[in-house]
Design a protein around this ligand. Sequence first.
Ligand code: UDX
Length: 455
Amino acid sequence: MKSYCISIVGTGYVGLCTAVAFATKGYQAITSTHDKQKSASINKGIPPFYELNLQETLQKVVRDGHLECTLKRQEAILNTDITFIAVATPSKPDGSIDLQHIENAAKEVGQALNKKDTYHLVVVKSTVVPGTTENVVKPILEKYSCAHCGVDFGLCMNPEFLREGSALHDALNPDRIIIGEHDQKSGDGLEVFYRDFYAEKMPPLIRTNLPTAELIKYASNAFLATKISFINTVANICEKIPGADVTMVAKGIGLDKRIGPLFLNAGLGYGGSCFPKDVKALIAHSKTLGYAPDLLEAVENVNETQLYKAVQLCRNLLIDLKGKNIAILGLAFKPNIDDIREARSILIINQLLKEGANIIAYDPVAILKAKSIFKNKIKYASSSIECLKGADCCILVTEWEEFKKLKPEDFTKNMRQTILIDGRRVYNPEEFSKKLKFAAIGLGPGNLKSTANKP
Ligand code: UDX
């Protein structure tokens, strides 16, 4: 095994988890940021965000001297063989991609390369719209380095497919490696690196050109988002059909190998830092190319309206929301993380507040982040039971494991009116509807036979 020295620009989910993954194999990983506090914290082994197993692993690799975070980006680049650019690519207000961080990163890498006289490989890991690596990153690198791409330095686009909550595991066990290459030497360099890194666990590898690699990332996220909006559409149809249940429909279609069982959980729609942003960016980019992708617009529209199903179901059972106490279980955009970016909970709570409801919310780890948004407009509970106390209705928004363990009695004993909206299909409708007024996404009329559900 060769011992590579790698620099990583960006210390977000992708940058830090990728760096930690490389360091676990004994490579020398140098991450860099301009944020002094962040750098100090990473060097103490404390990640700036919550991610399963990250803290323990970061502490180990820092202790073993395999990972450091520096404020001196240029030095990091000069002392390494490969630089991965993993900075954020947020959306502009019109949905199109904001490339300012990529441009700044490319400039700094170019300035460093100007001082380097040996070959260096630059790898774009950030999600960027097709054409960005060739038409934005490359010219900036060449301008500031005064060097030639493909000769003095190499350039690849290597998208990541990390999921928050299992980012480290995903970095160590990817389904595939995609290498978009500017030229053969660049691609060869990155392939050799990954073959060394994954050794006998090397996943399938695809080598292609830069724009195709860039599009593979968008197409992956757009396809997964499409699966979710598709099953939510089926859920909405189920709700009109007596006896139909979307969870069984998903099971039934998921057994078809051509469809597969994953990403068919109906619910309140997708959130997070990727799907909403990437679907929007792909739509906006396609439009600049003269093509309006109707399918993706529909995917987005379904997602935008799906979350209001929770409010609608609540209204159906409570009639008037004004002055009613509503308990929200789950704030994070998915379980096992503290990230509330584009979380459905935010829009649901805003709508309920608009309709005059009083909100009390609980999440195992995301309360702190939610406080920065809602401040004292809502109340925060320190446990699910405390959240349910005195509530007229409870909406399950994020399917944390601890919420799945709640029994009908936990609701009946603590709530003022026992109304439960299952926004993520975690509860058994038969069991729960016997003891409380129960409604769930994708459940047709007639599934709930108990008297508790009669108005
Ligand atoms: C996603 C991609 O999975 C990952 O490959 C990419 O690199 C980044 O974007 P992430 O945003 O971390 O990862 O979360 P993911 O697990 O994909 O879930 C995204 C959203 O979809 C969540 O809000 C989740 O609740 C929702 N979802 C997921 C559903 O509503 N139904 C499903 O069946 C699956």
